[in-house]
Design a binder for this molecule. Structure first.
Ligand code: ADP
Ligand code: MG
Length: 272
């Protein structure tokens, strides 16, 4: 069975109209160049994609192919030189200043390899930060933090400082912090990059399980195929372009035409 998706720019060719609720993220012809002149690097060169609500999407590709640049554009941390990104019907480009930071804070959660946990704050206090920013009451903060710590298997370490935790445990705290305010979209950039393979698997499972439980959409950047195997869908990047679409996991949300390649499909190495 297929599901119809309403999109901002896809089927109708119009721009500016809101994205239908089934498509959470829609990027159209994204371009981003770093630097200028002879040293300019075209990190993202015309990428279009849709992420259905509730999907866990993995972005894979060799180092330097533009994964982090693309993730930054999807998550509103960076602005494209061309193209558009809609998240939950809102165009990142149309949001400025306070409206943008509020939308980012309420709609998105971020997990990075370098977590930047507050070193003098306990695990629980680190997880609490997004709730403090959202103005959630003390009682509800306490409940949601302990529920979240439970979910990532860190209830017993609630009062530990980050440097009393292993790398994997710190990542669990990072995941809890990214999900505690129940964002619609979680963006994760190589969250398991510094972990051994066993831990990387385990942490990915924690992230994906917690996200699925709260029906949060995930875009996960990884170079590890075993990590990507936890996703519903894997997109490969190569030199700033999408290369192909890969096998989906069981029960994966299906978006017809979920990937639109721009430019010359042959040179983009479209999988058959
Ligand atoms: P990946 O995450 O796949 O390793 P990136 O998106 O980080 O790739 O980088 C893509 C290209 O853009 C690389 O050539 C990288 O050197 C360049 N790049 C990324 N970020 C910057 C930046 N802030 N300034 C200049 N060049 C950058
Ligand atoms: Mg990167």
């Amino acid at each position: 069975m297929t599901t119809e998706f309403t999109t901002a720019a896809g089927n109708t060719g119009t721009t500016g109209s809101p994205v239908g609720q089934d498509v959470l993220v829609e990027a159209v012809d994204l371009r981003r160049t770093w630097g200028s002149g002879s040293t300019a690097v075209q990190a993202v060169t015309g990428i279009s994609l849709r992420v259905p609500a509730g999907e866990v999407l993995a972005l894979m590709g060799p180092s330097g192919c533009g994964k982090s640049t693309l993730l930054g554009l999807l998550g509103g941390l960076d602005r494209p030189d061309g193209g558009t990104v809609h998240v939950a019907g809102r165009d990142w480009q149309s949001l400025r200043g306070r409206a943008q930071s509020t939308f980012r804070r309420t709609t998105c959660g971020y997990v990075f390899q370098n977590l930047a946990l507050l070193p003098a704050a306990t695990a629980a206090e680190n997880v609490e930060v997004p709730l403090l920013l959202a103005g959630v009451t003390r009682a509800e903060r306490r409940d949601r933090v302990s529920e979240m710590l439970e979910q990532v298997g860190m209830a017993a370490q609630a009062d530990h400082l980050p440097d009393q935790l292993s790398g994997g445990q710190q990542q669990r705290i990072g995941i809890a912090r990214a999900l505690v305010h129940r964002p619609t979209l979680v963006l994760a950039d190589e969250p398991t990059g510094s972990l051994d393979s066993h831990n990387a698997q385990e942490i990915t499972r924690v992230l994906v399980t917690a996200a699925r439980q709260q029906q949060t959409t995930v875009v996960l950047v990884t170079h590890d195929p075993r990590v990507a195997a936890h996703a519903d869908r894997v997109l490969h990047l190569h030199s700033g372009r999408l290369a192909e679409m890969e096998a989906d996991g069981p029960g994966a949300p299906r978006a017809p035409g979920a990937v639109t390649l721009t430019g010359d499909p042959a040179s983009a190495g479209v999988g058959s």
